[in-house]
Design a protein around this ligand. Structure first.
Ligand code: UD1
Ligand code: UDP
Length: 379
């Protein structure tokens, strides 16, 4: 039996972990024993607990309850906690997802005591080292033994950074193996898409009409913390929704909710809350989120995961960031990088509203990335 220790902490990691836990439960339960450590980076009911039952993820064996703080304190507390658990559990591997502080902490803690790191979502780069996530993902990749990239672009980034494509086993931190294996988030979207039909009522509850609303999410720190950027984004959403009379649903991350009043101009803040076409709601469950994505006319986001899910459900996406790690979706002309540029966001909306034929080639695998990863772990 192989013992793996999975570290999760932020919302998207909890969701990604569901795919691997499902593959283990269905096909590898006699070969892989999974221990789950929740760092507590996200802790609100609707940012963490809501996902466990809904996505059938086993309850974490440990919760470090680190909560929110600055990068250094938060990451340091996680490193201490994860190291203690690694020394006690002695797993064969640690599994890390994505690019959050929980990812970085897991990589540093494990690599220093020679526990091999498996990085899922390896190789993604924004080429913007001002993003905390870029530092986290580069560090994690370079401390990893098995690196699973969801896209060809991610795989090529690793090769460009010096990872060899023809290393021979046994794989180690100094002789790592890189893979292009598809996206565990795509596995999840396929798996839960049908379940959502019978289990989510959010479209009725919010009184929405299919293909007649915008879905937006905003949480990236350089948008929420920068008054100019946040005002530009909300001003664009305000203008689009009131001019076109199109409902804009915004399940807001708590980071953004807490900063709206402080960082929006008083005038815009009042307009947003008076605008009958803007619906600001609490973060929603994953099944509700999928229902919103499947039924939206267009998605506007600065989220990494939501950009991709828009693509999985064949919806155009306006990316409210200056760059994206998912450059395939821009190259396929189904997404536009509009940054926090008010006019560009409005123009991109009009571009997509007029365009009805978009192509969404299948570039995120076959929905079986998690099974592939389990197979390689066993090998
Ligand atoms: C983190 C990740 C980011 C990821 C995002 C997913 C890092 C550096 N960033 O950003 O890559 O895209 O998660 O959602 O790891 N808060 C709450 N309740 C919660 C969680 C957070 O109120 O349950 C608030 C707190 O005020 C906190 C703020 O949100 O200070 C930011 O949380 P944090 O986890 O530090 O970063 P995120 O912006 O969520
Ligand atoms: N998500 C969700 N409820 C919400 C907003 C997002 O379940 O209210 C899901 C979304 O479907 C995706 C993931 O959270 O699977 C993306 O996480 P987030 O945007 O927080 O982080 P990022 O992907 O940018 O790291």
């Amino acid at each position: 039996m192989i013992k793996i220790l999975t570290v999760i902490g932020a919302r998207p990691q909890i969701i990604k972990a569901a795919a691997l836990s499902r593959a283990i439960r269905n096909k590898f339960s006699d070969k892989i024993n999974e221990i789950i450590v929740h760092t507590g980076q996200h802790y609100d009911e609707n940012m963490s607990n809501v996902f466990f039952d809904e996505l059938q993820i086993p309850k974490p064996n440990y919760n470090l309850n680190v909560g929110s703080s600055g990068h250094a304190r938060q990451t340091a507390q996680m490193i201490v906690g994860i190291e203690e658990i690694l020394l006690k559990e002695k797993p064969d591997f640690i599994i890390l997802y994505g690019d959050t502080n929980s990812t970085l902490a897991g990589a540093v803690a494990a690599a220093k005591i020679h526990i091999p790191v498996i990085h899922i979502e390896a190789g993604l780069r924004s080429f913007n080292k001002k993003m905390p996530e870029e530092i986290n993902r580069i560090t994690c990749d370079h401390a990893s033994t098995l690196l699973f990239s969801p896209t060809k672009t991610g795989f090529n980034n690793l090769v460009r950074e010096g990872f060899a494509i023809n290393n021979k086993p046994p794989f180690t931190i100094d002789n790592p193996q890189i893979y292009h294996c598809g996206d565990v988030m795509y596995d999840n979207s396929l798996y839960f898409s049908e379940i959502t039909e019978s289990r989510s009522d959010i479209i009725n509850k919010l009184n929405l009409k299919k293909n007649k609303f915008i879905l937006g999410t905003i949480h990236r720190n350089n948008n929420t913390d920068d008054q100019i950027r946040l005002n530009a984004i909300f001003s664009a959403l305000n203008k689009i929704s009131s001019k076109d009379k199109i409902i804009t649903v915004l399940p807001l991350h708590p980071r953004t909710s807490k900063l709206l009043k402080k960082n929006l101009s008083k005038k815009l803040y009042q307009e947003i809350f008076k605008n009958p076409y803007i619906k600001i709601i609490q973060p929603v469950s994953f099944l509700d989120m999928i229902a919103l994505e499947k039924n939206a006319k267009i998605v506007m986001t600065d989220s990494g995961g939501v950009q991709k899910e828009a693509y999985f459900f064949e919806k155009p996406c306006i990316i409210m960031r200056s760059e994206t790690e998912w450059k395939e979706i821009v190259e396929n002309k189904t997404a536009i990088v509009a940054d926090a540029d008010e006019q560009k966001i409005i123009d991109s909306y009009h571009h997509f509203i007029k365009k009805d034929k978009l192509n969404f080639p299948r570039i995120f695998g076959d929905g079986k990335a998690a099974e592939f990863i389990c197979g390689e772990i066993i090998k």
